[in-house]
Design a protein around this ligand. Sequence first.
Ligand SMILES: [Zn+2]
Ligand SMILES: [Zn+2]
Length: 237
Amino acid sequence: MHASGESIEYPGAVVVKDATNDSNISPAMADKLVEPLDDLRRAANEKKVERICAAYLALRHAAGVNRRETFALADTVLGQPAMDLVVSAYSHRHCFMCDGGTVSCEECDQIGTLDDGKTCVSCEGLGVVECSFCGGTGWADRNTVPAEIAPAVLSRQFCHVKVVLRRTIGVLAGFTICQIRNLPPRKRTPVVAKLMQLHRRLGELVCSSCIDDDKERVRLEAVADKIRVALEMLKEH
Ligand SMILES: [Zn+2]
Ligand SMILES: [Zn+2]
């Protein structure tokens, strides 16, 4: 691990320098790429999502018209497909205004009921409310994803949602709505938050281009609707 701001004085950066010298890129261009390539390499080592995204943007900018050669070079430097890493990082970027698409209800402090025992009107007894910034998905603004990787990011997120959906349905299969509603707030709130997130993520995905099979789209729309109904039933009226 290296402190940020360190330049090319250590072995890792020498690897970057050697790789750029061995490439078909002009020496002037290679010089321009050393620093952004090294930033990407360090961000990858540290597995920091935001740093990887920022390093990608810087490298892409430095590459200019030599993008294909630059990313072939990045594969060599990283020892793995650079675009896979970048797509994965973008697919994991999250909204900075919430925790996974929801925020704690300030009126009832996640309990769902007020001091007088009445149901909290603000969250309708759920303890959490949807984040208005990301629309409840918990994902970073899709407009910030570079156009060339946007379809790959979307399909990566789709795969992830399908896994979470299977897992969530598996866990909840043994419970009735009434049992979930009667859980203590600290156990119920995370379940509710996960269902709200899944509902919004599915809603966004079924409207997107990542599903090319109409049957699957219809099936997922139906699942999203079932989750919506379950959330309605979990609200205390
Ligand atoms: Zn509340
Ligand atoms: Zn949010």
